[in-house]
Design a protein around this ligand. Structure first.
Ligand SMILES: [Ca+2]
Ligand SMILES: [Ca+2]
Ligand SMILES: [Ca+2]
Length: 161
């Protein structure tokens, strides 16, 4: 009986050790701060505290990054899986608050120069003056900027290679 318990304990220790080693290895090879996820030399942070779009934007800037900007389909697919099962609507880094209908990434890149867009059909409807972009269901949507939502920040990775 005692032998069995000892054997189980040893197995548990071996397992725990393996997990710890694995984690140590991951943090060494990751060019992102703790709590951020690396994808293609960029770091992503999922903000679980619900904030207005402007509050979320400021929070990302305080982290030294910006609300996430989506450059291509690969990044969009990554974001979709990153936010999956966490919240229905998640703030992204784009708005048309400066001029209605002229969408701009927070990095000052206008949408009309973007090669990739993923608005949910039929596109931004500006219902009751919606000027801030969220990711919800199958794509992008314009939403009311004062709504309190979770958000995603993006930053460059520190990895050299
Ligand atoms: Ca990006
Ligand atoms: Ca609008
Ligand atoms: Ca809308």
């Amino acid at each position: 009986m005692h032998f069995c318990i000892l054997l189980n304990l040893m197995m548990l220790l071996t397992l725990t050790n393996g997990i710890l080693l694995q984690n140590g290895k991951d943090s060494r090879s990751n060019g992102c701060p703790d709590g951020w996820t690396e994808y293609l030399l960029h770091c992503y942070y999922y903000g679980l505290s619900e904030k207005s779009w402007k509050e979320a934007k400021i929070t990302c800037e305080q982290f030294g990054g910006h609300l996430v900007t989506i450059e291509d389909k690969a990044e969009d697919n990554f974001i979709e899986s990153f936010i999956q099962d966490r919240n229905t609507y998640t703030w992204m880094g784009a708005s048309d608050m400066a001029e209605e209908g002229k969408w701009l990434w927070v990095t000052d890149i206008p949408f009309n120069t973007s090669l990739y867009l993923n608005w949910r059909r039929p596109g931004p409807n500006n219902k009751n003056n919606e000027d801030c972009m969220d990711w919800s269901f199958s794509g992008w949507n314009d939403n009311t900027c004062s709504r309190k939502l979770n958000f995603v920040c993006e930053n460059e990775s520190n990895r050299e290679d």
